[in-house]
Design a protein around this ligand. Structure first.
Ligand code: ATP
Ligand code: MG
Length: 387
């Protein structure tokens, strides 16, 4: 039998809502480990316990739990009777054959009725381990940590503490629409909002019929990678080429990118309303490219009424790249593609678009019809994890 003890930090801070958050975290964990022989998922005081059938694939369980937001850390643990002698015997058994020069015991007593305090448990079990193994106690840098947890009904011990993905359980902060290009930034932005508890619906604009499908294929791969954290995803693929052609016909070159962006926001907003999503997410980072100057971002965002969340706005490119590597999206983002934003645009777009000029240009367009065209032609795709 394999037990995993899951600990949460930030979740625990949400006092009044705590049962809701814990329940959500539990549900997400159950989705994450689907197909791996889960027999029981149970709330314990300040912990969640996942119990798997014998012969569970520990490597895969570990990988799956690592992706769940709201998990501070977790351990593969053994459940033992709440009796110190029995506990000690089990710990010594489990240590048989393990080699370590130093160790520490870290007992937590969630049940204050238990007759020994945590330091007393540490001392007793520590002395027994020292005698049996000959290893020395090192409270700071012990090579091996033996974590012991005494809960009201059960006791556990574990040798490892694996860092979780942190944040809040997906779903705790509501639904948002994420504008995802095939680039490096937007998948990182999506990840960061998911980590804050948002459930994402993805929207991608592609240059069909003027460009090939490379950006769509990349975005599918990126959404599949990100779905690991929210278990199901919906992606809207919006053909944007025809809309861009209409913009190009009516608008001077320097303003085109700003108009593309405003149109993207309007279409994304329309999809957000259908999906009952409360905000839009972009991968914009201040001053990274011409469309992301303070002036242009301000003019662009005025096209939408929903809030625009920009989790990367204050990050350096290098920080974003580092995070993209850690979350596994960088390699896919780095594949060359045909990005619709480069369609019909000049080398030197306006960096300080004025709202009056932009609105004047847009007055020549039938915006409502263009939004409708985008929404109607959008294709929906569904993603699942585990696949
Ligand atoms: P990214 O690396 O995310 O493509 P970027 O640095 O290339 O970002 P821009 O091209 O200015 O920056 O795009 C800014 C943001 O606008 C993107 O992060 C994304 O949220 C949104 N966006 C841009 N192009 C598209 C697209 N084709 N489909 C959906 N969203 C897009
Ligand atoms: Mg881009």
């Amino acid at each position: 039998m394999t037990c995993v003890l899951v600990r949460y930090h930030e979740v625990a801070l949400k006092k009044g809502n705590r049962p809701y958050f814990v329940e959500l975290l539990k549900r997400n964990l159950v989705s994450a480990v689907k197909g791996l022989g889960l027999e029981e998922a149970k709330s314990l005081p300040a912990r969640l316990l996942l119990r798997f059938s014998a012969g569970g694939n520990a490597e895969e369980i570990r990988r799956r739990v690592e992706g769940v937001f709201g998990v501070a850390n977790f351990s593969f643990a053994e459940r033992v009777p709440r009796d110190l002698d029995a506990l000690q015997a089990k710990v010594l058994d489990a240590l048989d054959g393990k080699r370590f020069a130093s160790f520490r015991v870290d007992a937590r007593r969630a049940d204050k009725e238990f007759p020994l305090t945590s330091p007393e448990i540490n001392r007793r079990i520590g002395a027994a381990i020292k005698e049996r193994s000959g290893a020395r106690v090192d409270l700071k840098n012990g090579e091996l940590t033996i974590a012991i947890e005494i809960l009201p009904r059960d006791a556990f011990f574990a040798f490892d503490k694996i860092a979780g993905a942190g944040g809040l359980p997906v779903g705790a902060s509501g639904r948002v629409v994420s504008l995802i290009s095939g680039g490096i930034d937007s998948p990182v932005a999506a990840y960061r909002m998911m980590q804050r508890g948002c459930r994402l619906i993805f929207v991608h604009f592609h240059g069909a019929p003027y460009l090939d499908g490379t950006s769509q294929e990349k975005v599918r791969q990126l959404v599949q990678i990100l779905t690991r954290h929210q278990f199901t995803s919906r992606l809207y693929l919006v053909p944007f080429g025809e809309i861009q052609r209409q913009i190009v016909a009516a608008v001077l070159r320097p303003l085109r990118v700003v108009l593309y962006r405003r149109m993207m926001l309007r279409i994304a907003e329309s999809i957000a309303r259908r999906e009952k999503a409360g905000a839009l997410v972009t991968g914009e980072s201040l001053a990274q490219v011409a469309s992301q100057t303070l002036e242009n971002m301000t003019v662009i965002e005025k096209a939408a009424r929903l809030s625009i969340l920009r989790p990367l706005v204050g990050m350096d490119k290098q920080e974003i790249i580092d995070q993209a590597r850690r979350i596994g999206t960088f390699e896919t983002s780095a594949i060359p593609d045909q990005d619709c934003c480069q369609l019909f645009v000049p080398k030197h777009p306006a960096t300080k678009a004025r709202l009056a000029d932009v609105e004047h240009s847009e007055s020549r367009l039938d915006l409502a019809a263009m939004i409708q065209l985008g929404v109607e032609k959008a294709e929906k795709e569904e993603f699942k994890f585990p696949e």
